[in-house]
Design a protein around this ligand. Sequence first.
Ligand SMILES: [Zn+2]
Length: 240
Amino acid sequence: MIKKEYVIISVLIIIILILFALIVNEVVIKKDSDNNLIYRETIANNTGDPGTVEVIRNIGNPDGKRIAYVVGIHPLEYQTHNTLVNLLPDVSNLKNSYDIYIINVTEDVGHYGDGSSDNSLGRQNGQNLAYKYVYPEILNGSYDLVIDIHSNVGAYSYQTFVFSPVKDGLANQYANQIALNSENISYNAPDSTTSGPYLTVPLNEMGIPAFYFEEYSFASQDIKDNHMLELIGNVDKLFS
Ligand SMILES: [Zn+2]
């Protein structure tokens, strides 16, 4: 009989924990090598929006600088976004503290058509979600740096590069430093970007350095992994 009661109590505890996780929209995804709990949290899931926004919080060293990565603004660039989400929580010995903002566009995601262009409406949906939810969270989150992750279909003079959309200021210095320290990441600033006004430009204007990382959309996963690890490592070295 006692054994049966243990089973019932265990099941009840599990149900209560699941309900609690659902209520606070927060799920512990793992414990890192330094015993920090890494959380995945939904911060926006509202009818009428063309998608949702999540954050993975507390990666790395909580005593270091606070750095935010943002993925998902342009939904077709998801292979590069997933590369960061898969790799960063598993990198050990980080000197700084990282959150990953994840925009999940669910409406008009689009497709690559002939394999080269992305004119999908999903781009604007992602930009709107970024401005509505990610921008205010980062603005009020005491971050020291923001990196917005994208990929491109090869229309620029470089395939893998960083740049700041605002040419004077800290973000520009940081991006140049990353390129200087990287074998495979160049500095290349396009004249304009479609997404800048929805996140990186206003952040820079409000004093929070924010730059872009661009990967080649059709690079192999191995190459995407190598480039992303190079970015992660060199971003961490900016403040060490
Ligand atoms: Zn993009």
